[in-house]
Design a protein around this ligand. Structure first.
Ligand code: ATP
Ligand code: MG
Length: 351
């Protein structure tokens, strides 16, 4: 198939890990006889340096026209002055809003070879395979804000339509997995959570084959650490999802391993590793490219419907995590290029 993929390498280690992911997509295209065309654009700090704008109109227009967008990371100390007029992160928030990507997917698995890096004991980590679905465009992050000298407020608002679309996405995803949805809210205290819960209950009737469970966010924070293998798909609102997914990321052993996909109603999507620009290691060629490479696998799966190709990339990564080489963040001493080449070799052997 033909696909037009926009890459936004961004700042810090973003360009290094994005290049590795593009190399893997190129290899996939060669093996499976696809025609992937890549078009690179600036976003974040590098875009501010070039044009004063963290999301230049040409970058946004290219993303809107693309079949999928692969992003590295944005930000860094050079642009982090809190009083600055423009900040790199504004480019990313504006891009998510403009693309209408309301469902943020973060799969979490704990590779057996890396279990020792996790803060949990081995037996708890067996069979951890969770897909978080976080609402990305509503809630307290987007509500009205007020500030006086002695008070402040952040409005948390959700419409039924906003809840419904992300919850339906979670149920659909559960059908391709173990058919178990855990909805996380704070319905004992918050009105938005009561709306959330009743919407989930109504939608659940359309998915009688999927088991539904409701958890309060405070107990969920504990359960993720005590019984992580109980969960399949976990769906929640924006703020709770932000916190729980970072907590869950710690279970995997390194931020450098985990991918994400942000999806809207169309087929396109925004794919990025969950880690930031890692300024402390930028430019050294040592960043772990696995999170970016697995994000490319999600791109193949969700925007291009190339499931076989996505599985091939995931199997290649799995093989490298089992046998090495490993980058520094997971206890090895391999550089980005060495890990990339090992993934390419594993892909070659399996394909
Ligand atoms: P942001 O604010 O952009 O989310 P952050 O403050 O969460 O960023 P990161 O940039 O993700 O921080 O970096 C956190 C730590 O994880 C740093 O020590 C960094 O070096 C390390 N790290 C992040 N990504 C990788 C990677 N791909 N490979 C190796 N180490 C990484
Ligand atoms: Mg962060």
């Amino acid at each position: 198939m033909k696909a037009h993929i926009v890459t936004l390498p961004g700042d810090g280690v973003g360009p290094e890990v994005t290049a590795a992911a593009v190399a893997v997509l190129d290899a996939v295209a060669a093996h499976f006889d696809h025609d992937f065309r890549f078009e690179e654009h600036p976003i974040g700090g590098c875009a501010i340096d070039a044009s004063g704008d963290p999301l230049p109109p040409a970058s946004l227009a290219a993303c809107k026209a693309a079949d999928a967008v692969l992003l590295g990371a944005v930000g860094g100390p050079r642009w982090s002055d809190p009083n600055a007029r423009v900040r790199p992160e504004q480019g990313l928030l504006a891009l998510r809003a403009a693309l209408g990507v309301y469902a943020n997917l973060r799969p979490l698995q704990v590779h057996p070879a890396l279990a020792a890096l996790s803060p949990l004991k081995n037996e708890k980590l067996k069979h951890v395979d969770v897909l978080f679905v976080r609402e990305l465009t509503g809630g307290a992050y987007f509500g009205a804000k007020t500030r006086t000298s002695d008070s402040a407020s952040d409005e948390c608002r959700y419409t039924v339509a906003e809840v419904e679309r992300v919850v339906r996405r979670a149920f659909e995803l559960a059908r391709g997995r173990r058919r178990h949805v855990t909805s996380v809210d704070k319905a004992n205290v918050l009105e938005t959570s009561r709306l959330w819960r009743s919407t989930v209950q109504r939608i659940a009737a359309d998915y009688p084959d999927v088991k539904v469970e409701h958890q309060l966010v405070d107990s969920m924070a504990m359960l993720l650490l005590t019984q992580p293998s109980r969960y399949d798909v976990v769906v929640t609102e924006n703020l709770f999802g932000d916190i729980l997914t970072d907590e869950a990321a710690a279970l995997a052993g390194s931020l450098g391993l985990l991918p994400s996909a942000s999806l809207g109603d169309g087929r396109s999507g925004l794919y990025e590793p969950i880690h930031g620009s890692a300024p402390d290691i930028a430019g050294q060629g040592v960043a772990n490219p696995v999170g970016a490479i697995l994000s490319a696998a999600l791109l193949l799966r969700h925007s291009l419907s190339l499931e076989r190709e996505a599985l091939a990339v995931e199997a290649a990564v799995d093989r490298v995590l089992s046998h090495g080489p490993h980058s520094r963040d997971i206890g090895g001493n391999a550089g980005t290029a060495q890990v990339r080449d090992a993934v390419l070799a594993a892909l070659e052997e399996d394909a």
